[in-house]
Design a protein around this ligand. Structure first.
Ligand SMILES: Cc1cc2nc3c(=O)[nH]c(=O)nc-3n(C[C@H](O)[C@H](O)[C@H](O)COP(=O)(O)OP(=O)(O)OC[C@H]3O[C@@H](n4cnc5c(N)ncnc54)[C@H](O)[C@@H]3O)c2cc1C
Length: 283
């Protein structure tokens, strides 16, 4: 367990103040103990995946951050069902299933989070999302009790689920069969497309806003109101993709929050569309 650990080290935006406690559980028992500690000390708790969809405030998180990773990254195929730990990185899931000739999650190759975060957020891209493949999840509630939920007990929406305050431990994903060569070729194409269209090598948290209902994406609207490339403090609306806000190296969470506010207000004023945050603000 780490104390006063800067969360900027654990988020892809490289932003955020310290966690009072950071726990790196290796198994479900460690998660039980972390939750117990939070309960005993009356502290809030939070699950962190790879921090690729989070904006942690500069003041940090005044409680227990639980980050499933090594030890909780099981990957096993039983027939066409993948049994996966919440800490498994999604790109590894995409690559390994494709290599073994299973189709269903191959398009998630460029989503830089964990399977736990992906299911919790119902992440997706290129017309696919986790909701389509999840058949069962194992979750732990705040009292440390684990239970299985079947697909019909979970409701997924665009970039959200109704899982609530739980720690997702494991999931079963129902996949199909496909030729590994075909899947590899598709993944190569998608990867090149991402590299060309998004600021892949700069710290950011992917799409800042959800795409609104309507013909125009959030990125198109931000571009349309003239904010592509706009800089506030050390955070910039990416000149490559206007819905990605990149940390130029000196950015703070406060800069990011001010930029989000400025973009949201400008888009609303000029287009009438109210953008909703996809990124989750912590702290
Ligand atoms: C360059 C880039 C590209 C991206 N592209 C896409 C994309 O194409 N499509 C897409 O959907 N997203 C995309 N994202 C956003 C992000 O990668 C996804 O939302 C991802 O699934 C988040 O996973 P994570 O492990 O990083 O979760 P985090 O960001 O750490 O957490 C996200 C949420 O999930 C919760 N959570 C995480 N793990 C668990 C768990 N085990 N149990 C319970 N709750 C948990 C957290 O508490 C938080 O509420 C992108 C991000 C970046 C930086």
């Amino acid at each position: 367990m780490l104390e006063q650990e800067p969360l900027s080290r654990y988020t892809t935006w490289r932003l955020g103040g310290p966690a009072r406690y950071l726990v790196l559980p290796a198994d479900a028992e460690d998660v039980v103990r972390a939750l117990e500690m939070a309960r005993d000390r009356g502290l809030p708790w939070l699950v962190l995946g790879l921090g690729s969809n989070l904006l942690v405030k500069d003041s940090g998180f005044p409680g227990v951050v639980i980050r499933p990773g090594k030890g909780m990254d099981r990957f096993e195929m039983k027939g066409a069902t993948a049994i996966v730990g919440a800490g498994l990185p999604t790109p590894i899931l995409a690559r390994r299933t494709a290599e073994l000739g299973f189709v269903g999650v191959e398009r998630f190759i460029g989503i830089p989070g964990t399977v736990g975060g992906g299911i919790y957020m119902n992440a997706g891209c290129h017309g696919a999302e986790f909701a389509e493949v999840v058949t069962e999840v194992t979750v732990m509630d705040e009292r440390g009790k684990a239970k299985q939920l079947g697909r019909r007990q979970i409701s997924f929406k665009y970039r959200s689920s109704n899982l609530g305050p739980v720690v997702l431990l494991e999931a079963k994903l129902g996949l199909g069969e496909e030729s590994p060569a075909k899947l590899k070729e598709l993944q190569g194409r998608l990867f090149r497309w991402r590299k060309a269209g998004t600021p892949f090598d700069q710290p950011c948290a992917g799409s800042t806003f959800k795409n609104p209902v309507g013909p125009k994406s959030a990125g198109m609207l931000i571009d349309e109101v003239g904010l592509k490339g706009y800089v506030l403090g050390g955070i910039q609306v990416s000149p490559m993709h206007a819905n990605y806000f990149v940390n130029l190296g000196t950015g703070t969470a406060s800069d990011a929050l001010k930029l989000i506010d400025h973009v949201r207000k400008t888009v609303l004023k000029k287009t009438g569309v109210e953008l909703e945050l996809e990124v989750k603000v912590i702290g």
